[in-house]
Design a binder for this molecule. Structure first.
Ligand code: NAD
Ligand code: DAU
Length: 352
């Protein structure tokens, strides 16, 4: 193995796609998946690669500085791709402290462990921090886009914690010279997303004819990107992105929530052999999310111009693929929502 990369949060939604890509594409890299296995972490997401010789799973908490120091020493780590986080806005509104702990203090522990281990020998080292477009706040309906120069203006406890972690990452570069790179990505969709997020939640609800709780009037806009396209961008930027730079990643693919929900209804109905659109009466307008950001839209032209990255899938194609995946993987959804998988991991990792 000529390089060791720690991927944090590798048992989560995006992390599992990144781990899969790196393990398969780089057999000469040792990939260490460091994950606490919170409710959002699920090793079943990685069944297809778990026995590969270049893959190692380590259960651990990024907030535990001593454990992070030991991990960096044990594996003589060359690089970090840091995805571990509390990621759901609604949960952050109910429980902001958990978000500050994991997203801010956890990131700080990793930065400190990397700095101590590398100790000024930065050659071949990289700390890649995965962030979100939500740090930029909200856009009006005027066609403007978030660029890498947009002022930070987070509104939710989640986005405030991510913004804070981004500032710590830049501070470790500016103060100590740590070789960092940051990306801010738009909304991801695809297989293995925890069904508390809009797309998997609504696919599952349509299938089971349960209400579809659309916040407010459904007019908020999100910019959707297929998760494997995000993973490809991460690969490119890990290897070729410039140190201390920020890159925005997005699909140039804006959808009003209500239009997206109607597309989901039509797609699920068609794939289940129901009359297309017949489940629209499930749409239920509910109280809006507190501080609900109106519109996100990313300008990813820097990434395209510098590194040639572009999304590979048209949205309708990506949605079709995604809906099919959830319909074909009801057992995964049931396991994740029943909490069975947590017991499974407790048994599997007892005593580690
Ligand atoms: P997720 O919630 O699906 O997964 C998070 C993972 O982190 C889980 O496996 C969880 O067990 C792990 N984790 C949580 N706390 C931990 C801790 N203290 N120590 C170790 N592991 C811990 O999240 P996701 O949607 O895959 O997002 C991954 C990253 O990408 C996050 O940093 C998020 O802010 C960012 N992001 C997400 C999106 C999106 O649309 N989902 C978009 C842009 C950026
Ligand atoms: O923009 C990137 C962000 O995208 C990531 O940083 C976050 O980790 C990720 O969770 C996601 O945040 P959102 O809040 O945009 O995603 P969510 O799927 O929760 O909601 C998408 C939109 O749908 C949002 O406008 C709120 C709305 N919504 C969501 C749910 C769960 C509803 O109307 N009803 C719902 O039940």
């Amino acid at each position: 193995m000529n390089k060791t990369i720690v991927i944090t949060g590798g048992a989560g939604f995006i992390g599992s796609h990144v781990v899969r890509l790196f393990v398969n594409k780089y057999p000469d890299y040792r990939i260490v998946n460091l994950d606490k296995l919170t409710y959002a972490g699920n090793l079943a997401n990685l069944k297809d690669i778990e026995s590969k010789p270049n893959y190692i799973f380590e259960k651990g908490d990024i907030c535990d500085l001593d454990a992070m120091r030991q991990l960096f020493q044990r594996y003589n780590v060359d690089g970090v791709i840091h995805l571990a986080a509390e990621s759901h806005v609604d949960r952050s509104i109910r429980d902001p402290f958990t978000f500050a702990r994991t997203n801010v203090l956890g990131t700080l522990s990793l930065l400190q462990a990397a700095k101590e281990q590398w100790n000024g020998n930065w050659e071949g080292k990289r700390f890649y921090h995965i962030s979100t477009d939500e740090v930029y706040g909200a856009l009006p309906f005027d066609g403007t886009l978030f660029t890498e120069h947009t002022r930070y203006d987070p509104h939710s406890p989640y986005s405030a914690s991510k913004a804070s972690s981004d500032h710590f990452v830049r501070a470790y570069h500016d103060t100590y010279g740590l070789p960092v790179v940051i990306t801010n990505c738009s909304n991801n969709y695809g297989p293995y997303q925890f069904p508390e997020k809009l797309i998997p939640l609504f696919i599952n609800n349509i299938r089971h004819k349960k209400p579809l709780p659309v916040y407010g009037k459904g007019e908020n806009v999100r910019d959707w990107l297929f998760v494997e396209d995000h993973a490809r961008a991460i690969d490119l930027i890990y290897h070729r992105g410039r140190t201390a730079e920020t890159y925005n990643i997005g699909g140039f693919n804006e959808w009003r929530n209500i239009d997206l929900v109607r597309l989901l209804v039509r797609t699920v109905d068609r794939l289940l052999g129901r009359p297309e659109g017949s489940d629209e009466p499930l749409i239920t307008f509910v109280t809006d999310r507190a501080g609900h950001d109106l519109r996100y839209a990313i300008d990813s032209s820097k990434l395209k111009n510098e590194l040639g990255w572009e999304p590979s899938l048209q949205f309708e194609e990506g949605i079709e693929k995604t809906v099919k995946w959830y319909l074909d993987n009801q057992a995964w959804l049931d396991e994740v929502t029943s909490g069975e998988y947590e017991k499974y991991y407790e048994r599997m990792y007892a005593g580690r």
